[in-house]
Design a protein around this ligand. Sequence first.
Ligand code: ZN
Ligand code: ZN
Ligand code: ZN
Length: 293
Amino acid sequence: MEEWVTVAPWRQDRTYHPPEDHCPLCPTRPGHPETEIPEPDYYIAVFENRFPSFTGEQGRCEVVCYTPDHDSSLGEQSVEHIRDLIEVWRDRTSELSRLPNVRYVYIFENRGEEIGVTLSHPHGQIYAYPFLPPVLKRELRAEARYIRENGRCLYCDVLEGERQGERTVLGDENWIAFVPPFARWPYEVHLAPRRHRGGLLDLDADDDESFARILKGLLQKYDRLFKRPLPYVMAMHQTPPGRARNDHHFHVEFYPPNRTRDKLKYLAGSELGAGAFIVDARAEDKAAELRGA
Ligand SMILES: [Zn+2]
Ligand SMILES: [Zn+2]
Ligand SMILES: [Zn+2]
């Protein structure tokens, strides 16, 4: 109830684990069949998904290839490269926000076979939804109520509560990465600007630089934690188009499905049927593990 399900049967035929030399996200090598990117090389590439969940007047799905290097990852890019990627994300946010019927621009990455990724080439996606997705709707509702009752931004106060640093994974004067006390996954981490920002369009040059550094630092810790690439979902929660920047505090959430190196957390009765997550670890302990990685 009060949720949306998008039915996209044409996605059944989407590319599923293609052989390495047929990666559709690699540049088109001379003498080889054309990939999604008809160029011999690129820096960062964005194109419309051929198997979109949303299309035409009803939203948009884009693919963002972080690098032409097939065997790389977001965390392995230089800080400068990630800063340029932030610029690309910002550019797409501003462009897609202006499309008719677009109610929300959602930037995300699915990484790892464990969460069903069909292409291993380092890439993320952008969905421009024709509706406000339920997770954001709920966050905005909670933020609006908190402002009404307390006159302050909810997330600014959450960050205030992280001052002692027990749940901090890493940070600098502009950005922080921490395991929130309300984390639903053992290694869930939130990245956020310490000062109030509504979204990518709101960040200044210092914010961009710190964002790139902290993002890279977190991803490196994730991969060092179990000495293997850690699967995750990265979810950017920006202010919806047309809303005031004070309505929402920009943050990026990471959900790795792992409980241990080889064990995954499965969503079961309580999580799926009742929407109540049970976590068997303290945020403080998980943050300490990640800090030490
Ligand atoms: Zn590739
Ligand atoms: Zn705030
Ligand atoms: Zn959020």
